[in-house]
Every structure is written in C-alpha cells, then in structure tokens.
Design a binder for this molecule. Structure first.
Ligand code: GLP
Length: 250
C-alpha cells in the first residue's frame, strides 16, 4: 500500500540537485531492469538531468545498452534533422552521448504522411515494448504535460495537438527566440498513454512553475491543469527545487 499522498513530493535545493536525484533514480531502475522502457521529456528542465545521466554513463554507473526510449512529443512539420526539433534536442543532450541502441530509440515522426496513422503506430510500438516502465515529465507553465494542453477535454491516446500561444512562447528559445517560428501543431502522447506508465516522475524547477505545482498537489483534478491527473497515478513523484515548491505548505 503506498502512502495516501499522491503524487509524492521531494524537494531538492536547486536545479542541479533535481537533475542528480532523477538521474540516480533512472540509473537505479536500469540496474534493476536493464531492459527498462523509459519515457523522456524535452525542455530546459530536464537538461541537468541528462547531463547527470551522461556523467553516470561515462563512469559506467548507467548502462543504456538494453534500454528502450519513447519521447513524449514532437513538433509537427519538423524533420528529425531540423535543429529545433525535439529529436535534434535529444540527440544533442542525450542520445549521442550514451550507449543507447539507435534501433531502440522511439520518436514521433514530425513529418508523417498521415498524422493519425503515425499516432497509432506510436501507441502500438509502446504496447509492443511492454509499456513504459518509468516516464519522466516536465511541466508547462500552463500545466501541460507532454503537449497535452489545458482545455475542456483531454485526449487519451497519442494525438495531434494545436499548441496554445503560451506554449509556443515557452518554446521560442528552441527557435532563436522567434515565437512565430514555433510550429502551431505537434504530436503528443495522450493522457492515458502517460498515466499508464508504471512509474511517473515529474521534474520542475524555478519560481515560474510554483503556482502550477501547488495546484497539481492540492488543487482539484481538472482538464484545465492536465498535470493534476498525476493525482490518480499510483506511483508518481514530483521532484522539485525549492523555488518550484515555494507555494506548497510546509
Ligand atoms: C515543452 C514540452 C513539455 C515540457 C515543457 C516545459 O512544452 N512539450 O514536455 O515539459 O516544454 O519546458 P521547460 O522545461 O523548458 O519549462
């Protein structure tokens, strides 16, 4: 029986400590399950975690040789080699630096002939891999996870999404600060795809996430804050820095 509080909250001093804590969790999961199926996020938040994982891998303390990965999302209209694609981000920060087998790296295709068929393919690939063991998540400032945006409804499975202006602005850094260059649409794992992961770990740091985090922990379950659905998960953790935890009661 797990503790009643869901998700569990761990507060680390700063972004680097958040990255170290999550990387240690991944390394330990890999030791226990070498064929681990990992779900991975992009964004500024996980960068220290990827740096920590690369360092652990270099010291022989994290072996990805038999692991499989599935990224959460990709912009629609960007090829994998486009410098602003999530795939290129992952190559730069992680895939090119650890011993993952390229054939076990799974990604949504940003330029599919048929977007719906591509989403179905991804769902099937996750199923065929045996489901996601450990899914790491970032948090949009509007409470999105993956690219599941706040709204009247949430979509269960991998799907095509129209990005909100807030999300496009938040992703402008990947496009040399040019918000207009951020694609208007993306493909993303759905909420059920996310919630079916055996374990979920959401990382957040910085004051800009503090309001959302307080609502994720204490607020009502609402489609207006997709991350609030982590309250339904039986094995979910929030790993936060002190700033992101700043609006939680002590
Ligand atoms: C994008 C990604 C999300 C990520 C979010 C937060 O929108 N699709 O998965 O969580 O960015 O980004 P950051 O970590 O830069 O705040």
């Amino acid at each position: 029986m797990r503790a009643l509080a869901s998700p569990r909250v761990t507060v680390s001093p700063d972004a680097r400590a958040v990255g170290d804590a999550v990387a240690a969790r991944v390394a330990s999961a890999l030791r226990e399950t070498p064929r681990l199926v990992l779900g991975l996020p992009t964004g500024r938040t996980p960068i220290p975690m990827y740096q920590a994982l690369v360092a652990l891998a270099a010291r022989g303390q994290a072996d990805f040789s038999r692991a499989t990965t599935f990224n959460l999302d990709e912009f629609l209209g960007l090829t994998p080699d486009h410098a602003s694609s999530f795939r290129a981000f992952m190559n730069r920060h992680f895939f090119d630096r650890v011993n993952l087998a390229p054939s076990r790296i799974n990604f949504l295709d940003g330029t599919p002939a048929d977007a719906e068929a591509e989403c179905d393919r991804y769902e099937r690939a996750i199923e065929e891999a045996g489901g996601i063991d450990l899914l790491l998540l970032g948090l949009g400032t509007n409470g999105h996870i993956g690219f599941n945006e706040p709204g009247a409804v949430l979509v269960a499975r991998t799907h095509r999404v129209r990005l909100t202006p807030e999300t496009r602005a938040a992703n402008a850094a990947l496009f040399d600060g040019d918000e207009g260059a951020v694609p208007a649409e993306a493909l993303s794992m759905g909420m059920a795809t996310i919630l079916q992961a055996r374990s979920a770990v959401l990382l957040a740091h910085g004051e800009s996430k503090a309001g959302c985090i307080a609502r994720v922990v204490n607020g009502p379950l609402t489609t207006e804050l997709p991350a609030s659905f982590l309250q339904l998960h039986h094995d979910a953790d929030l790993i936060l820095d002190a700033a992101a935890a700043g609006q939680l009661a002590h």
